[in-house]
Write a protein that binds this ligand. Structure first.
Ligand code: NAD
Length: 496
């Protein structure tokens, strides 16, 4: 067991705090490290140093900033399996899942390496006689990121590489449940040649987040996490006049049309609902069977019965444990509420045990049918390996159901009909749509586009638009005199 350091002003240092948070291995609940609750003085040091370093980093040529990202990408690839090992220990993810988590982050760093072309402004000559206009895209200053437990590599990497490539400096507060991966990412960032202080990493919870939300030196906040915290971050950050993007929770549906390929549907549903223990913001948690497709539910149940959780090094495990005992208890109590509210519990994952790992936070695959919109298992984000099946008579009814949901992160349709797929894409009020793809997470050249209660802010700044989120545009209009053209006095503010 070790104390997780802070990364302050370019040094990995032990916090002076007396308050520490246990980091556990969810497969055993053994304490593997302690994360510090960063002191106020340490928070100030991180923010002030990031402000100082911004003054020079902003002027480092864009190609040099891009080169840091190229070296970082190479180092992340070189250390890919090692990072996945750390990540799977603190999250319980299977090694395959952990590797996917790291890889999706590597892709963002690759994208950040082309920051030069993404930061190009616009020009137009002769907007008036002898007058030209051009715009520059410039960094904001100190930006901050607050990240959740479920993707300890990918989500921090959504944020700081783009922000820093744009010329900003960054204070990262990773989830206190999984601080170890973030520290390894920071070590490799330093090794890649990122100047001291461009990235600072602090740990803790609400109090440390509040400092980031209220300190005037922080210009922009990126958040990923649950709905209530996401709303709080958006409200508090914007009240303090900051630019905020807040990616929040979800409840994602998959519509199954009777003309879909049955085996593809079953495979996709099993993977998308219980994969990663359902601890994914893009997990499918509601299956909407249209018409005769309902007849496939018994086969779905059979397929789900064959999947089980297990430890990271267990090759036969389909997924890992819940992040904490509290998360497991919450999932189990939601399963109980589903039973109490009249859903058919076809497969019950409560009380799941694994030989040799009696203290892990296990929940077995869980399947309900006959779920209705009043039930808590429909309305709440369960964030566990639980799939709720519903039945509708038509595609129209399925679209209507989904459009009434307060969430809008991801959705999917499985169908053999181009017409149905096209209508669905156009009419569905959800930001990320899969057609015969269960979890349509876009690559970083696109944006991550949750809608409604799954996103607060006006710029979906994960991929393409990240540059817009982390920069300001400056428009310069200039007049150049030539010997022949001496302008007369001009009392109007309009350009002539
Ligand atoms: P969480 O909201 O509990 O925590 C996220 C971060 O906020 C952590 O760093 C935590 O320390 C901090 N935090 C917690 N409570 C706070 C408070 N009261 N005030 C200020 N900060 C606080 O989320 P989690 O359980 O770590 O992650 C799971 C959630 O994240 C799920 O709801 C999931 O859907 C969501 N998520 C969303 C996306 C997306 O892109 N939309 C991606 C991944 C995860």
């Amino acid at each position: 067991m070790h104390n997780v350091p802070l990364y302050l002003a370019g040094d990995f240092v032990e916090s002076q705090t007396t308050d520490w948070i246990d980091v556990t291995d969810p497969a055993t609940n053994r304490v593997i490290a302690r994360a510090p609750v960063t002191t106020d003085a340490e928070m100030q040091r991180a923010i002030e140093n990031a402000g100082e370093v911004f003054k020079t980093w902003r002027d480092v040529p864009v190609s040099e900033r891009a080169r840091v990202m190229l070296r970082y990408q190479a180092l992340l690839k070189e250390h890919h399996d090692e990072i996945a090992g750390i990540l799977s220990q603190e999250t319980g993810k299977t090694l395959d899942d952990a590797k996917g988590d790291v890889w999706r982050g590597v892709e963002v760093v690759e994208h950040a390496a082309s920051v030069g072309s993404m930061m190009m402004g616009e020009t137009l000559g002769n907007v008036a006689r002898n007058v030209d206009t051009h715009s520059w895209i410039q960094p904001l200053g100190v930006c901050a990121g607050i990240t959740p437990f479920n993707f300890p590599a990918m989500i921090p990497l959504w944020m700081f590489p783009m922000a820093i490539a744009c010329g900003n400096t960054f204070v990262l507060k990773p989830s206190e449940q999984v601080p170890l991966t973030a520290m390894r990412l920071a070590e490799l960032f330093e090794q890649a040649g990122a100047p001291a202080g461009t990235l600072q990493v602090v740990h803790g919870g609400k109090a440390q987040v509040d400092t980031l939300l209220t300190d005037p030196a922080i210009k922009a906040i990126s958040f990923v996490g649950s709905v209530p915290v996401g709303q709080y971050i958006y409200e508090t950050g914007t009240r303090n006049m900051k630019r905020v993007q807040s990616f929040a929770g979800a409840k994602n549906h998959m519509v199954i049309m009777p003309d879909a390929d049955k085996q593809q549907v079953i495979n996709a549903l099993v993977g998308a609902s219980v994969g990663a223990a359902g601890q994914r913001c893009m997990a499918i948690s509601v299956a909407v069977f249209v018409g005769e497709a309902q007849a496939w539910i018994p086969e779905l149940k059979e397929a789900m019965t064959k999947v089980r959780p297990g430890a990271a090094d267990d090759d036969a495990a389909g997924y890992g444990p819940m992040i904490s005992a509290a998360a497991r208890d919450r999932v189990e109590s939601l399963i109980t509420s589903g039973e109490d509210q009249g859903a058919n519990l076809l497969l019950d994952g409560r009380g799941f045990t694994i030989e040799g790992l009696p203290d892990g936070n296990w929940v077995g695959p869980t399947l309900f049918s006959g779920v209705t919109t009043e039930m808590a298992i429909y309305n709440e984000e369960i964030f566990g390996p639980v799939l709720a099946c519903m039945e509708e008579d038509s595609l129209d009814a399925a679209i209507e159901l989904i459009n009434r949901s307060p969430y809008g992160n991801g959705v999917s349709i499985f169908t053999g009909s181009g017409g149905a797929a096209r209508r669905f894409q156009h009419e569905i009020e959800v930001g990320q749509v899969g057609v015969n793809i269960p979890i349509p997470v876009p690559l970083p050249f696109f944006s991550f586009t949750g809608w409604k209660g799954s996103f607060y802010g006006d710029q979906h700044a994960y991929g393409k638009q990240a540059v817009r989120f982390y920069t300001e545009t400056k428009t310069v209009t200039s007049r150049w005199f030539s010997s022949e053209a001496t302008p007369e006095a001009n009392f109007s503010i309009q350009l002539r």
